[in-house]
Design a protein around this ligand. Sequence first.
Ligand code: P6P
Length: 347
Amino acid sequence: MNENLALPVGTTLDRFIKQKQVDFPFATGELSQLLRDIALAGKIINREINRAGLIDLTTSLGTQNVQGECQQKLDVVANIRFVRALKNGGEVCAVISEEDDEMIDTGNHHGRYVVAMDPLDGSSNIDANVSIGTIFSIYRRVTPVGTPPGLEDVMQPGTRQVAAGYVLYGSSTMLVYTTGHGVNGFTYEHSLGEFFLSHPNMRIPQTGTVYSVNEGYFHDFEPDVRELVESYRVRRMTARYIGSLVGDFHRNLVKGGIYLYPPTRKDINGKLRLLYECYPLAFVVEQAGGLATDGHRRILDIAPQALHQRTPLYIGSRELVEEIRLEEKIGQGKANGEKARTEKVLA
Ligand code: P6P
C-alpha cells in the first residue's frame, strides 16, 4: 500500500513529554503534568486571541497593571486562564505574574513547582493583529512541600530554572520550551486540538544579520549603545522590530540575530522584567546555543532582588551578543539595586 496515502501526523506534545521523561531519572510525572497544564492554557488563550475581534476583547480595560501599563482585556483574560489552569493542575504552589503585584498562593501546598510568567507579552499589539506571546519559567519550590509557599520560592536565580519557554500566537501558534536538554518547538494543529513536534532540537545560528531594537529611543541610549546600533547600520544589517518580544525573539532564534532593549530615559534599568521575561528566554536561548546578557553579565547570573525587577536585555546569536561589552556605569549597579528596592523587594 502506498504509505504516502496515510503519512504519520507526527509526535504530539504529550507523547514527546512522556518520551523525554526518562531525562529526569527521579521524575514522578509532575513536571510533565505541569507542561501539559501550560499547553492547555495556551490552547485556550489561542482560541480567545483568534476570536478577540469578534467578542470585543481587543480593547483596553482602562486599568493599569503593577507596572503602570495600560491593561488590555486579553491581558487580564490570559492571566486568569493561566493562573486557573495552574491552580487546577495541582502541581504549582505559587505563581508570579506580570499582571499581579504580589505572589499568588495557589493553595496547592503539596505542589512541588512554582511558575513565573508574563501571560500575554506584547499585548499592545493585539488590536493591530500582530503576533503576541506567553512567556513562562518553572522552578522547584525551596520551602517544604505541604507548607504555604514563600517569596524565596519565586525569587530564585535564573540558573535554578527547571524549565522555561513561550507560546507564540502568530501566523501559527507554537509552543517552544526547554527542560535543560535542548529546545523543541511544537506547532498547534487546530483541527486536532494538539501541539505536534515541528522544530526538534532548535539551534540558533551562531551569528546573524538581523537586529531588533526600538530605534526611536536612539538618542536616549548611552553613547556605547548608540555606537553599537550605528555599527549595525554600517554593516548593512537588517532592522526587524515588531514591538513584541516573543515574536522578535522567535524570528531571531530561527534565523539568527539579536534583540536589544537598552536602558532609556523612561526605563533607566531597561523595560523588560528579569524574572518572567528575561530569565526564561535566556534559558531557552542558551539551550539553543545562543546567549543573553544585560550588557555586562549573563542574564541567568543576575541575582533577583524584586518580583518585578527590570533589566537591560541583549539576547540572540552568541557572536552578536558576545561582541557587546558595555562599560558599567559608576553606581549603575547601585541604581539597579535602588530601583529594585522600590519594587516589592523580598522582605
Ligand atoms: P517599546 C511589549 O510591551 C514589550 O514588553 C515587548 O514585548 C516588546 O519588545 C517591547 O515591550 C516594546 O517596547 O518601548 O519598543 O514599545
